[in-house]
Design a protein around this ligand. Structure first.
Ligand SMILES: [Zn+2]
Length: 277
């Protein structure tokens, strides 16, 4: 998965100034400023930006990353705006992970500019990753949206779906956001009932994944439906949902996402053996 990198991710808050060779993450819409050569992804250096426009985010493998909170009028020489989604398959993965995670923080900074209580301007805290209201002092922290990815199984079969109204049209699993007042297991039960009309049991946590593209923390669960259960897809959300057998899963497009990790685990019987229990 995209976060499984052979380098330390250190997001301890530090208010330090950028050095010239620190990396800069700069976003504009759904694009990131980068250079993708045949064998490597590169980001611009702090030397190409005014230091007042940079906010320190984190370090990955000892390399510090800063966020450029305003995009430059002209990209530094050799760099261009690339679609952020391209990072999912970019190499080295360490840099791709930094760009995806920076995107989550960029989104939060952009949408936290004003106080939700009194409407005055927020300013970055000098002591922690937070925005503080300049008038009433309300402190807000980065927003992370928990969501579940669900492998609904019955024996050697698993439910796969395709979204109705999203650009991604590949194989997906049932998924949804945790609502206030729910445990993730409650979300699993509710989403499976809403999206395909099935009752499930033996809900088992599998793995998690921070997914900066959509500001999520994804929690993967496997669960079981009755073998003769009939799927009734909610066509407002899903173009289709159907059972497929382990051997029909085949090769997956990449190993970046928790969804594909779960499908591979089920295909290879590595989902802790629960599917046929
Ligand atoms: Zn305020």
């Amino acid at each position: 998965m995209i976060q499984e990198i052979n380098a330390e991710f250190d997001n301890t808050f530090q208010a330090e100034e950028p050095r010239n060779d620190d990396s800069v993450l700069c976003y504009q819409g759904a694009q990131i400023l980068a250079r993708q050569t045949v064998d490597a992804l590169q980001y611009p250096m702090a030397a190409d930006f005014s230091s007042e426009s940079l906010t320190r985010l984190f370090s990955v493998g000892g390399q510090a990353y800063f966020l450029a909170r305003t995009a430059p009028e002209h990209p530094p020489l050799g760099f261009d705006w690339l679609p952020i989604r391209a990072l999912r398959a970019a190499h080295p993965q360490t840099l791709a992970f930094a760009g995806i995670t920076g995107r989550h923080l960029d989104y939060w900074y952009r949408t936290s500019r004003f106080c939700g209580r009194c409407g005055a301007e927020n300013r970055p805290s000098k002591t922690e990753r937070a925005m503080v209201c300049s008038k009433c002092g309300l402190t807000v922290y980065p927003v992370i949206a928990p969501a579940v990815i669900i492998g609904v199984c019955a024996g050697d079969r698993i439910v796969v779906s395709r979204y109705a109204n999203r650009p991604y049209q590949g194989m997906a699993l049932i998924a949804g956001y945790c609502e206030i007042g729910e445990t993730p297991e409650d979300t699993v039960r509710r989403e499976v009932m809403e999206e395909i009309g099935l009752r499930v049991r033996n809900i088992r946590y599998y793995k998690s994944q921070p997914w900066g593209f959509d500001h999520n923390l994804l929690l993967g669960f496997f669960c079981e439906a009755e073998p003769d259960a009939v799927i009734r897809p909610d066509h407002r959300e899903l173009a289709e949902a159907r059972w497929i057998r382990r051997e029909e899963i085949g090769d997956l497009p990449d190993s970046a996402s928790l969804t594909f990790d779960m499908l591979a685990a089920f295909r290879d019987k590595k989902d802790k053996g629960g599917a046929s229990a």
